[in-house]
Structures are given as structure tokens and as C-alpha cells.
Design a protein around this ligand. Structure first.
Ligand code: FES
Ligand code: FE2
Length: 349
């Protein structure tokens, strides 16, 4: 590793200014992959996003997605205010240009001078998957979560817009795994105030993943929607958790119908989350996707009201900090998983 590479590497993984995470938690969380944008929204116009308190710029050059620190080293201008020209990003302040490897190719004030190789953007890996752009600040070997339906030709894919929550990713994730709130929070969508009991279920651990198969009579059809499920139909909701902030859910409908949802809570900062939620299903393939998006949005909004109102705002990892009931098995296992990652007791405090 030469000196310049060392400096770039140190900058790439250095603790951001005004970071809302503790240094320990930030370093642990930065090893993972998170979605930062809807792939179709990333064209040749630079877009500014934030992940774990790091400001990033994202754009497309020669068809490839580029993710870099949203920072020009000349005078600190955000490149997301610039533009892309001939596959290079142009800084809006003094016109420095950077190629898709991040190297500076032009300093317009001194067109004949040699450009220092140190003038390079801090770059991050970019992967396009499930209609989303994913990155990892530490560029580590941790995996992007699996989502089985998306590449299966028997499924149709639906990608709702991202959804912002003024709450922590951990609280949002735990809400996604919570099965006893349906009858209270989701009464306008699919829950039933008269069906509150949570039957026994088990949580299984495989490597760093959690699995929970939850059987109940809570229907997944929306209010007012035709419900062709036979009387007493048992609904299976199969959860799979990928630490730290993603989980998939497969809802088993009648006639082998499967609805798959990948809940990805991207931690913008300690108490701000951008939710990405690709959906796949092997039934109702010609039904308008707008209806699904609308239904999902309403469910998200119901959840958001609660996640934004919970105290403490952070997910307490100390199991003695909140009361638990048997229905909370998955969320208890989830808190233990986050503790094993090495996150702090109140990982976001
Ligand atoms: S700050 Fe970017 S070119 Fe000067
Ligand atoms: Fe919910």
C-alpha cells in the first residue's frame, strides 16, 4: 500500500464529523452493506445521500454507478451540487473534474499544470441489487441480504419509493419482527382488534441469521379487499433476519401464493432511518402495482407513528431495560444478535 492509498483508506473508514453514533458502534455498523437509493433514480445527475452520518454522492457514469464521499478536497464543496459531463463529475465551485475511478482529471484554473495523484475522491463500492443501490463504507466482505423472489421468473417485483422515518433503524427493524402489534397498530389495514392472541412460535438461529415461522389466523388481505381464504385458514409468516438492519418476510397466502418483502432499514444517522422495501409475489401478477404500493405505504405509516414515538428512541440492548412477553421471542433474539455484533447497550446512544 503506498502512502496515497493509505491516506485514502484512512479517510474512507474514518469516523465522520458530528457523528451521532459512538465510534465503536459506527465502526461495527460501517462493515455492513446498506441500500442508499432506488437504482432507477440514479442517472447522470448526482444525488446526495447520507449513510451512518457520512455524506455520499451517487451518480451514473458510463452506465456504472459511482458512490463517493460528497466532498471535493479542494475547498470542501459537495459534489452533489455539481453535474456529470462526459462521464466525469464536475465540482460546482471551481470546476475540478473527477473520473469514475475518483481521480482528478482537470483543474480549470491551471490547465497546463500536472495534477497531483492525491487529488482523488474517497470512493465506496456500489452494487445494484433488487432495484436498489447498495454500498458499504468499510467495503468489507459482509454480504448483501438474500431475497429469493426477486430473481425468480415466477414472481413479479414491486419497488415502493423509499420511506423516511425519524426514528432508529433498530426500533424500525424490531417493529417489523413484532407480531403482537397487528391487532392494535394495523387495524386500518390488515389487523383485527378481536384477534389479539399470539400463538406459540419458535426462533431458530443459523450462523448470524434468525428464522421465525409464525402461524396465526391473522389474514394478510387488506380491509375491504375480497378475502378468498377458507374459514380458519392458518397464515404462515416466515421471518428471516440479517443483522444488523434487514429482514425478509414471506407471507404464505392460499393456493401456494407467496408474498415476499425485504425490509431494509438504512441508518442515515442514529435517529433517522431510510426504509427500502422491495416486494415480490407469485400471484395477482397482473394486478396494478399502485394498489400494493398504496397498501404498503399505509402499513408503513401506521408503523412509523409508533417508531417515532417510542422512548427511549434507541433500541435498548440490555434485556433488563424493557419488559418482555413470550410473543417477543424474535425481538429478544434480535437484541441478542446486535449485542453479539459488539454494539453498545444502547447501541445508538
Ligand atoms: S471546491 Fe471543488 S473545485 Fe474547488
Ligand atoms: Fe407493523
Amino acid at each position: 500500500m503506498n502512502e496515497t492509498t493509505k491516506i485514502m483508506e484512512a479517510n474512507r473508514t474514518s469516523f465522520p464529523r458530528d457523528c451521532s453514533f459512538t465510534p465503536n458502534d459506527w465502526h461495527i455498523l460501517s462493515a455492513f452493506w446498506y441500500p442508499i437509493a432506488i437504482a432507477a433514480d440514479i442517472v447522470d445527475k448526482p444525488v446526495g445521500v447520507k449513510l451512518l452520518d457520512v455524506k455520499l454522492v451517487c451518480y451514473r457514469s458510463q452506465g456504472n454507478v459511482v458512490v463517493a464521499r460528497d466532498l471535493c478536497f479542494h475547498r470542501g464543496a459537495p459534489l452533489s451540487m455539481g453535474w456529470v459531463e462526459n462521464d466525469e463529475i464536475v465540482c460546482p465551485y471551481h470546476g475540478f473534474r473527477y473520473n469514475c475511478e475518483g481521480a482528478c482529471t482537470s483543474v480549470p484554473a491551471h490547465p497546463s499544470n500536472k495534477i497531483s495523484p492525491k487529488l482523488k475522491l474517497i470512493m465506496y463500492p456500489a452494487v445494484e441489487r433488487y432495484g436498489l443501490i447498495w454500498t458499504s463504507l468499510a467495503g468489507s466482505v459482509e454480504q448483501i441480504p438474500a431475497f429469493l423472489g426477486w430473481d425468480d421468473s415466477d414472481y413479479v417485483n414491486i419497488l415502493p419509493p423509499s420511506f423516511d422515518i425519524a426514528g432508529s433503524a433498530g426500533r424500525q427493524m424490531e417493529g417489523f419482527l413484532d407480531v403482537s402489534h397487528f391487532a392494535y397498530v394495523h387495524t386500518e389495514t390488515f389487523g383485527d382488534r378481536n384477534n389479539t392472541e399470539v400463538p406459540h412460535y419458535k426462533v431458530r438461529r443459523e450462523g448470524t441469521e434468525l428464522f421465525a415461522d409464525y402461524w396465526s389466523t391473522v389474514s394478510n388481505y387488506g380491509k375491504g379487499q375480497e378475502n378468498p381464504a377458507p374459514e380458519g385458514f392458518m397464515w404462515l409468516r416466515a421471518f428471516r433476519v440479517f443483522a444488523p438492519f434487514a429482514a425478509s418476510l414471506i407471507v404464505h397466502f392460499p393456493d401456494d401464493g407467496k408474498l415476499m418483502i425485504l425490509n431494509c432499514a438504512s441508518p442515515v444517522s442514529v435517529r433517522y432511518t431510510r426504509l427500502f422495501c422491495p416486494i415480490s409475489r407469485n400471484f395477482d401478477k397482473t394486478a396494478p402495482v399502485e394498489d400494493t404500493i398504496k397498501f404498503n405505504l399505509q402499513v408503513f405509516q401506521e408503523d412509523r407513528a409508533m417508531v417515532e414515538a417510542q422512548t427511549p428512541e434507541d433500541l435498548p440492548l440490555d434485556l433488563a431495560a424493557e419488559a418482555h412477553i413470550p410473543a417477543d421471542r424474535t425481538s429478544i433474539a434480535y437484541r441478542q444478535l446486535l449485542t453479539e455484533l459488539g454494539l453498545g447497550r444502547n447501541y445508538t446512544s
